[in-house]
Design a protein around this ligand. Structure first.
Ligand code: FAD
Ligand code: NAG
Ligand code: NAG
Ligand code: NAG
Length: 624
């Protein structure tokens, strides 16, 4: 009773104690007790904790998060940069190694374009969301991508110049520590004006304190095929045609992961009266008779109760669960509301046919919900190399001990790094052997939007040999997948069709990218470290047909799925959100996360997810 009264007081905005006096334990909601807040955020992930922390500066806010604290639930696998690359949870095999405390364990539908296999798709289920699982690469997209966003949503506030303040607001940049890096051939070049630490952004952005020697060599190869080091770095809106040493979301003090939990949530716990419900799943958004969202029905270990929102509900459940939550919200739980609870209406939002076949009442027939899934994919070409590298150093007992000491004593050495090299290009003219339909589809993209990103990484081989991998990711892609529902409950996993290679243009582009990867392996730089013949796929794969066959059976996601609740103009029948991230057809409901993007931003998306959460928080505070 005591707790309940305290929470309700917060709900009407009356501050009981200042946040600085508050007990840390007072920041957590008590399961089973209904409570009310100005704003309820469903999903304490990358966007969710960012927007919740900002709103909590001036209002009462509850965060509903299905997971707990990854530092406890996944040990140092989620904290140590190097470990993010080797954690089993990122396997895409259908029989993936499960880690139910931090990963949703989602598995796709069979993919006809990729061996008809089902693929495991890791997604953070923890405070921090996928920012707690990702491999920490941090950069912003090209200016043209945001111009396109502004065009698609009919709102000039999405141009690069207008977004830059929100990009800057979220983060704090630490310049490279050249002494710790000890890598004269991997000195970062960047424009410090892309950041503004005076704004006090809590997300830590830095350059890794160690560079893998194998990656340094392959980086030289990228320069030799025509991708010079970027003069501005990858946070100034110019990325295409360049390579270089990029930033990571690593807190350089101890070389630990900086996630939305260690940054935004920590700050909000100290400075605001934010209330967090960990291990609690949002089951349905609730509405009143005027189609205004009034709260969320939640479940903590099966205990169901209601968290009400007097102002707005913000869904930040990620690219797969946000559309699912919109769709299933229209299904009655079948239970009569306990006495004293506010009556509510079940209103499903999404494609009418899907909802009706699951017995869901449709409030807003938005055919775009769950559609338009962009999932950038990649493939690899590998060779054995003679350079040392992270895996070989950490597997050799003579060097692994000192590497651990370097990390624990000095926040440096192999454990302190999760990579940190970027490169992007349009396929060069000499290799654009595209059909006319593919060529004209590609021509629709902005001039500075890259077609391919190269990712370079070492892998452990037999007898502690080092394998070098050059991966090519499609950053301009035409295949679209979808998210649908298998039942009317959030307790059932959503149906995920990744759409991999469903559009033949993507095969053509990847075949060209594959040939570029071989060119990379045939540069002087790569030749000087290569040992023996190409390992994967090997010399038997030569014709376009053979290359395409190899690609179809060796595809990987890079975990940048986006755009399943896409923003768009009200005249666009597939738009789910307006440019303020408000769901069309209802009131008091926004979706703010990677699902809100109109497309996958080329390159790594997390910087843009933080930016979007900052932008929408600012709009809400200004009454928009
Ligand atoms: C393995 C991996 C590697 C990646 N590497 C990079 C990288 O190096 N650089 C980069 O820029 N991007 C990377 N990404 C992508 C990037 O991390 C994501 O795009 C971004 O974090 C998505 O943020 P989000 O807010 O949309 O979703 P998330 O951060 O995933 O947050 C969604 C949250 O909602 C919670 N949730 C879901 N449903 C419910 C519910 N019903 N009730 C309550 N809570 C719920 C989830 O548990 C989760 O905490 C990677 C992603 C992964 C998975
Ligand atoms: C991670 O934790 C394990 C114990 O679970 C420990 O053996 C290992 O040394 C730790 N790694 C680092 C880099 O701290
Ligand atoms: C840590 O750095 C200091 C100063 O550069 C150096 O003297 C020391 O040997 C380093 N420790 C380890 C374990 O590398
Ligand atoms: C160009 O594409 C066609 C059709 O895919 C293919 O047969 C041909 O080998 C390609 N030519 C080159 C130079 O790659």
């Amino acid at each position: 009773m005591f707790h309940s009264a305290g929470i309700l007081l917060l709900g009407v905005g009356a501050a009981v104690v200042s946040a600085s006096q508050r007990l840390r334990s007072s920041a957590f909601g008590v399961p089973g007790i209904d409570a009310s807040f100005d704003y309820v955020v469903v999903g304490g992930g990358t966007a969710g904790l960012t927007i919740a922390a900002r709103l909590a500066e001036t209002a009462s806010v509850a965060v509903i998060e299905a997971g707990g604290f990854y530092q406890m639930d996944n040990g140092n696998l989620s904290v140590v940069p190097r470990n993010s690359l080797v954690q089993g949870v990122i396997s895409n095999a259908e029989a993936f190694p499960p880690q139910p405390l931090v990963d949703w364990g989602l598995v796709s539908e069979p993919q006809p374009g990729a061996g008809n296999l089902r693929y495991h798709y890791a997604q953070g289920k923890t405070l921090g969301g996928s920012s707690a699982l990702n491999t920490m690469g941090f950069h912003r997209g090209p200016k043209g991508a945001y111009e396109r966003w502004a065009e698609l949503v009919g709102d000039q506030s999405f141009t690069w110049d207008n977004l830059l303040p929100f990009f800057k607001k979220s983060c704090n940049l630490t310049p490279p520590d050249l002494e710790k890096r000890q890598a004269a051939n991997a000195t970062p070049v960047y424009d410090p004006r892309a950041f503004d630490n005076a704004l006090g952004g809590p997300l830590q952005v830095s350059w890794a304190n160690w560079v893998d020697p194998t990656v340094i060599w392959i980086a030289k190869a990228l320069e030799q095929i025509g991708l010079p080091i970027s003069p501005t770095g990858f946070n100034s809106g110019i990325i295409t045609g360049y390579s270089g040493w990029g930033t990571s979301t690593i807190d350089p003090t101890h070389a630990t992961r900086s996630s939305s939990q260690t940054s935004f949530l920590e700050k909000a716990l100290d400075e605001t009266e934010i209330i967090v419900y960990p291990n609690t799943q949002g089951m349905k958004v609730l509405f009143d008779s005027s189609k205004k969202a009034t709260g969320v029905s939640v479940s903590t270990a099966g205990l169901e109760y209601t968290i009400s929102a007097t102002k707005e509900v913000i869904v930040s459940a990620g690219v797969f669960h946000s559309p699912q939550l919109l769709m299933v919200s229209g299904k009655s739980s079948g239970l009569d509301p306990p006495e004293g609870r506010i009556a509510h209406f079940e209103l499903g939002i999404g494609p009418q046919d899907t909802l009706q076949s699951n017995g869901i009442t449709v409030v807003s027939d938005l055919p775009g919900v769950g559609q338009n899934l962009w999932d950038p994919i990649f493939m690899l070409v590998t060779n054995q190399v003679n350079t040392p590298s992270g895996p070989s150093i950490l597997m050799d007992p003579a060097t692994s001990g000192p590497a651990l000491a370097d990390y624990l004593d000095n926040a440096s050495g192999p454990y302190s790094s999760a990579g940190g090299h970027f490169s992007f290009e349009k396929i060069p003219d000499s290799m654009r052997n595209f059909t006319s339909s593919t060529a004209s589809a590609l021509a629709e993209f902005p001039a500075d939007w890259p077609e391919i990103e190269y990712d370079i990484a070492p892998f452990p081989g037999p007898d502690n040999a080092v394998i070098g991998g050059i991966g090519a990711t499609l950053t301009t892609l035409f295949s679209r997948g979808s998210v649908s529902i298998a039942s009317s409950s959030m307790a059932t996993q959503p149906l995920i069709d990744l759409g991999w290679l469903s559009n033949p243009a993507d095969v053509e582009i990847l075949v060209a990218a594959f040939k570029r990867c071989r060119q990379l392996w045939n540069t002087d730089a790569a030749n000087s470290i290569k040992v023996g013949p190409e390992l994967v796929p090997g010399a038997t794969v030569q014709t376009d047909e053979e290359i395409a066959t190899y690609i179809r059976s060796n595809l990987y996601q890079i975990f940048h799925a986006s755009a399943t609740c896409a923003m768009g103009k009200s005249s666009d029948p597939m738009a789910v959100l307006d440019s303020g991230a408000r769901v069309y057809g209802v009131q008091g409901l926004r979706v703010v996360d990677a699902s809100s993007f109109p497309f996958a931003i080329p390159g790594h998306p997390q910087a843009s997810v933080y930016m979007l959460a900052e932008k929408i928080a600012d709009a809400i505070k200004k009454g928009n």
